[in-house]
Design a protein around this ligand. Structure first.
Ligand code: FEO
Length: 395
C-alpha cells in the first residue's frame, strides 16, 4: 500500500523483512528502502529501491498514478539500495528527467554503463514541480561523495536519504506508529556502524542546516520510519552522537582461548559493578562486531582483551579492532588486557590501535602469563578502578 505522508506526497518504497546483513552489519529487524512520489504538475519520484524490490515499488506507484506519467526522478544517492531500480525505471519511462549531483552523475554511469539523462544540481539549486519547489543540499561524504538531500519548503519536508535512517522493517511508516525504543536503538546502531567516523562532517552539516533556518516538520529518510511526530528527537540524537557524548559506561570487549583472558574480563566487570558503573561483557564469540560498535557509541570507556596467538592478536579481536579503526570512535578512555604463554604481543597490538585512534589510554596494561594469578587479577581490578576514576573525571 502506498502511504500518504502529506497531501499529494506518498511513500512508495519497499519493506525488506528478511535482510540480516547490510554490508557487514547485522540487521536483525530487516530494513526498508524508501522512495517518495510527489504528485504535482511535474510528477516526481525521489530515489528508488534495491533492484529485487522494483516490482514492489512499482505496484505502490500504480496505486497513485500511471508510472509512465512520472516526469522527474531525483537521485539523492547512487548506492544500489537506492538507485538499483533505476535501469528498470528508465526502461519503463525512457523520457524521465533525472536530477543528481555532479559526483552522482559520474557514479551512475560507472554503475549502469551508458550515460544517463542527468541534469546536474548543486547546493542552492532548486527546481519547480508546480506548486512545490525542491531545493538541493549536497552532503558530500555523508556518506558517499555523491550524497545529497532534497528539501521541499512548501511541505516543510526534508528527504534526507541515508541521513537519520534506521534498518528497521515495520508495518508502520511513521515514528508515532512504531515502538520508540526500538526505533532509537536502530537509529543508534545505524549511526554507530555507518556514520560515526563522519561525525565532524555531520556536525558541520547540522550547523549549516541550522544557519539556513530550514523549517522542517517531517524528516523522511531512505531507510526505516519517517519522523513526523518529533523530528527534533533524531536531530538532537545526531547532534549528541556527532559530539561523541557518552555516559559512565564501559564496553568490555574480549575473546579467550583457554579462559585466562575471560577470567580477567570478569574481574574487570565485577570491579566496575562494585563501583556502580554500567558495563557490558562482550565476548567476540558471542557478539557480532556491529553490535559491539553499537554498545561503544555511548560508552565512555573501552577495555579490550586478547590472548596472544602466533605472536599476534587473537583473530576475532584483530577483526574487531580493524572495524573500530575504520569507524573511529573518539573521546573514549581505553585500556588493554590479555594473556599469553611465551611472547605476549597482543596487548601492545591493542594499545597501538588505541594510539592510532588517539584515545585516552590507561597504562600500564595487564598481560598475564598462562593463567592469571592473584597478583595479575589484582592488576586487572586496578585497571578497572583507574577506568572508573578517569570516566568520572570526564563528567
Ligand atoms: Fe548509502 Fe542506504 O545507502
Amino acid at each position: 500500500m502506498a502511504v500518504q505522508m502529506k497531501k499529494g506526497v506518498y511513500w512508495v518504497g519497499a519493506i525488506d523483512w528478511n535482510l540480516r546483513d547490510f554490508h557487514g552489519y547485522t540487521t536483525f529487524r530487516g530494513t526498508t528502502y524508501n522512495s517518495y512520489l510527489i504528485i504535482d504538475e511535474k510528477i516526481t519520484l525521489v530515489d528508488t529501491v534495491k533492484r529485487p524490490f522494483y516490482g514492489e515499488m512499482l505496484e505502490r506507484i500504480k496505486q497513485i498514478v500511471d508510472p509512465g506519467k512520472i516526469d522527474y526522478h531525483i537521485c539523492n544517492h547512487v548506492e544500489m539500495d537506492h538507485s538499483g531500480s533505476l535501469p528498470e525505471l528508465l526502461q519503463q519511462i525512457p523520457n524521465i528527467k533525472i536530477f543528481a549531483s555532479k559526483m552522482a552523475q559520474a557514479a551512475l554511469t560507472k554503475h549502469y554503463g551508458a550515460s544517463l539523462p542527468v541534469e546536474v544540481v548543486k547546493t542552492g539549486d532548486a527546481i519547480k514541480l508546480g506548486k512545490r519547489t525542491v531545493q538541493f543540499l549536497e552532503v558530500p561524504m555523508i556518506h558517499w561523495p555523491d550524497s545529497m538531500m532534497s528539501y521541499i519548503p512548501e511541505e516543510k519536508l526534508l528527504l534526507a536519504n541515508d541521513g537519520f535512517g534506521q534498518h528497521y522493517a515495520t508495518t508502520g511508516r511513521f515514528d508515532d506508529e512504531v515502538d520508540s525504543a526500538e526505533t532509537m536503538f536502530e537509529a543508534a546502531k545505524y549511526y554507530a556502524n555507518l556514520l560515526i567516523h563522519l561525525s565532524p562532517l555531520i556536525q558541520n552539516t547540522l550547523k549549516k542546516v541550522s544557519e539556513l533556518k530550514l523549517e522542517i516538520d517531517m524528516i523522511a529518510p531512505s531507510h526505516g520510519i519517517i519522523w513526523r511526530k518529533d523530528p527534533g528527537k533524531i536531530i538532537q540524537a545526531y547532534n549528541d552522537w556527532s559530539l561523541y557524548k557518552s555516559k559512565e559506561k564501559v564496553s568490555i570487549i574480549y575473546d579467550t582461548m583457554w579462559g585466562s583472558t575471560e577470567k580477567m574480563a570478569r574481574v574487570i566487570l565485577e570491579t566496575l559493578m562494585t563501583a556502580g558503573i554500567e558495563a557490558k561483557l562482550l565476548k567476540l564469540k558471542a557478539n557480532h562486531r556491529s553490535d559491539i560498535m553499537t554498545d561503544i557509541l555511548d560508552s565512555r570507556g573501552i577495555m579490550v582483551g586478547s590472548p596472544t596467538l602466533h605472536r599476534n592478536l587473537f583473530p576475532s579481536v584483530a577483526g574487531m579492532l580493524c572495524y573500530m579503526k575504520g569507524l573511529k570512535p573518539q573521546k573514549k578512555v581505553a585500556a588493554a588486557f590479555g594473556s599469553y604463554g611465551w611472547s605476549g604481543e597482543a596487548v601492545q597490538d591493542i594499545i597501538n590501535v588505541f594510539k592510532e585512534l588517539q584515545l585516552d589510554i590507561i597504562e600500564p596494561s595487564v598481560n598475564a602469563r598462562y593463567i592469571p594469578d592473584e597478583r595479575e587479577l589484582q592488576q586487572a581490578a586496578d585497571l578497572a578502578n583507574t577506568m572508573v576514576t578517569k570516566i568520572k573525571e570526564m563528567d
